[in-house]
Design a protein around this ligand. Sequence first.
Ligand code: ARG
Length: 476
Amino acid sequence: MTNTMWGGRFAGSPAAIMEEINASIGFDKRLWRQDIQASKAHVAMLGATGILTAKEASTIARGLDKVAAEIEAGQFDFKPELEDIHLNIESRLAELIGPVAGKLHTARSRNDQVATDFRLYVRDEIDAILHLIAGLQLALGNKAEAHAATVMPGFTHLQTAQAITFGHHCLAYVEMLARDRGRFEGARKRLNECPLGAAALAGTGFPIDRNATAEALGFARPAANSLDAVSDRDFALETLAAACIAAMHLSRLAEEMVLWTSPQFGFARLSDRYTTGSSIMPQKRNPDAAELVRAKLGRIAGAFQALLMVMKGLPLAYAKDMQEDKEPVFDALDALKLGLAAMTGMVQDLEPDAAAMAEAAAKGFSTATDLADWLVRELGLPFREAHHATGRIVALAESKGCGLADLSLADLQSVEPRLTKGVFSVLEVENSVKSRTSYGGTAPSRVRAEAKRWIKRLEKDAPRDRKKVKGPGSRP
Ligand code: ARG
C-alpha cells in the first residue's frame, strides 16, 4: 500500500527497510502535545483569516482535542507506516471528522510544522531545566548558609592549598549554575521565533497571519526568512551546548562528592538514600548516583557532537537528515534533568564531617601563606623574601614531622630572628579563614552574607517542594 497521506504519485509501496529507516514515530511521538498545540493555532488562524470557514476550523479544532484526549488516555494507535507524529495525528483526525481534516494542512508543510513543534518542545525543556537548576542552587545556598564557618582544606592541583569554608565551596557552584541559567535563558530568547507559515521553504500564497500564530504559541515574533525558518536547528544546538557546560559543572561537583565520601578523605557522608552496597564486599557504601551524574556529560556531549555533525554541510532548506535531530536532544535533556534532580537530592542529603574537614585543613601547612603575609605586614619584608623564609620554616616543620603551629618560637626564630609569638594567631586555620574578608573571599562573615543573598533571590525561582526533589519522569 502506498502512503495514504502523500502517495498520489506512487504506484508501488515502500520496501520494508525503507519504511523502517524513514519512520520517526518511534521517537517523535513525544512531540504530540506540541503538534496538537501548533495545529490548533494554525487552524484558528485559517478560520480567522477566512482561508477556512469558521465551521471547518471549529470542526478541526474539536477533532484535534479528541485526538489529544485519545493520546493522553493511551488509546492512540501509533502507526509506523504513517511515518511520524504529524501524519499519525492527521490521519486519525480524518478518521474522526472525515475529509474536512484534509484542510488542516492548507498553507503548511511538515517542514515548518516539525520546526515549530521541536522549538516548542525545546522551549518547554529549557523552562523545566531552568527551574531544576534554580532548585539545585537553592539546595547549595542552604548548605552554604549552614556551613558558612565549617573549615575545610581548599585545594589546587588537589594538593592542600589554603583553608576555606565548606559554605564558600558550595557557593562556587551556585555561581557556575547561575551562568548556566544565563546560557539557557539566552538560548531560549533566540529560539523564540515562530517558523509556522514558512511552509515547505518559500512561504505561501494563502493570506495567512503569521503574527497571529506566533502570538498564539507564545513566540516573540514570526521567523523572518522562510528558508532559515525550516532549516535552522541552532536552537537545539545552542541548548545542547548549554547542557554540555551545565553537565560539566555537575560532573565536577559529582567527582568532589565521590572524593569527599571516600574513606580516604572522610569529609562527608551520603545517607542510604543516595548510596548502594556491593554484592560481594559487605563494607561498601558506593556513591553510585554521584558517579552516574559524573558520567552523564558523556552522552550529553555526544548528543551535541551528533547533531552538529548531522547539520554540517546540509544545503538549504530541509533535508531528511534533520529528522536525526530529535533523539540526541531528547536523550541529552532527559539526562541533564535527571542529573540535576539527583544532584539536588545529594546536596540536600550530604552531611559534612566538620571535625574531619577541620583536621584535614590544618594539615599540609595550609597556613603557610598566612605566615608569609604576617612577615610582610608586621616586619615589612618584601613578599618574595617572606615567601622564602616561610618555605624554610615549612621545611623545618616537615623535618620535625609537625605542623606550623606546633613549632616553638625558638624554632621559628632560627629561620627569622624577628618573628614574635604574635605570629601564632595566624597559624590556626580558623583565624586564617576569618581573615579572608576581601570581596569574594572565604571569611565566614562573607559567606554567610552571600548565602543569604542567594537564598533570597532563589526562593522565587526554585521548585516549590524543596524537600522532595522529583525526577523528570518519563514521557509517552
Ligand atoms: N518526520 C520529519 C522530521 O522529523 C518531519 C518532516 C518531514 N518533511 C519532509 N519533507 N519529508 O524531520
